[in-house]
Design a binder for this molecule. Structure first.
Ligand code: SF4
Length: 210
């Protein structure tokens, strides 16, 4: 297939730049500790300087993959599929989630919300980033808000974001991994003083699993 045809199919979400997929334990947020199949889609221009998956940024380094193939593979492993990236909403998530739903799978997304929400989701984890703020509509439907704390100003950012989400949205503060020793004590103090927040840790990294 010529490059332009592939590009068009990726633009339509019929093929997606697949970076990796793996069956593991969800380490973060509300579903931490539960088994899930992760699909990591390439492509992100949000540009967080502390990003731990920078190799995901350039979509062209990840092979355009037919969604039927992605769905058939995922269905072999788990009832719960977590779509992550990169920033999955770079692409139209409609065709992928339609395929997953046809197999009665639970669809979860990890997103910065930087692009319009597409797809059908059972769980939306919104992790907003300062450099490219979420599209407004996602605040109404996010199930959890996960703010990464890299420095003290992130507590201010977290409150700004919490003021925008719906009333059922669960609020998490999660230390950025490289500064966790410095930020965990601050987060613990903050949560004790502001108990609407919950501490989230990247437990998969402590467990040494993907
Ligand atoms: S939004 Fe996520 S994938 Fe994109 S740069 Fe930030 S942390 Fe990395």
């Amino acid at each position: 297939m010529v490059t332009q045809e592939l590009t068009d199919l990726v633009e339509k979400g019929v093929m997606l730049p697949l970076m990796e997929e793996f069956y593991t334990i969800q380490g973060e947020g509300y579903h931490k500790g539960t088994a899930a199949y992760f699909i990591r889609i390439g492509g992100c221009d949000v540009g967080c300087h502390w990003c731990d998956v920078k190799e995901s940024w350039d979509a062209e380094t990840h092979p355009p993959t037919a969604i039927e193939k992605i769905v058939d593979n995922a269905a072999k492993y788990s009832n719960t599929i977590v779509i992550t990236g990169g920033e999955p909403l770079t692409w139209d998530m409609g065709p992928l989630t339609t395929g997953l739903k046809e197999k009665n799978l639970n669809t979860h997304i990890e997103t910065s919300g930087a692009y319009p929400l597409t797809g059908t989701w059972d769980w939306i984890c919104l992790s907003p980033k300062k450099n490219k703020l979420p599209e407004p509509e996602i605040y109404d439907v996010a199930n959890e808000l996960k703010v990464i704390v890299y420095n003290k100003h992130d507590f201010v950012f977290a409150e700004e974001q919490a003021a925008k989400v719906n009333e059922n949205c669960i609020l998490y503060l999660q230390p950025e991994w490289s500064v966790r020793d410095k930020m965990i004590p601050l987060i613990v103090d903050y949560v004790m003083q502001n108990p609407k927040w919950i501490v989230s840790l990247q437990t998969h990294k402590y467990l040494n699993i993907p």
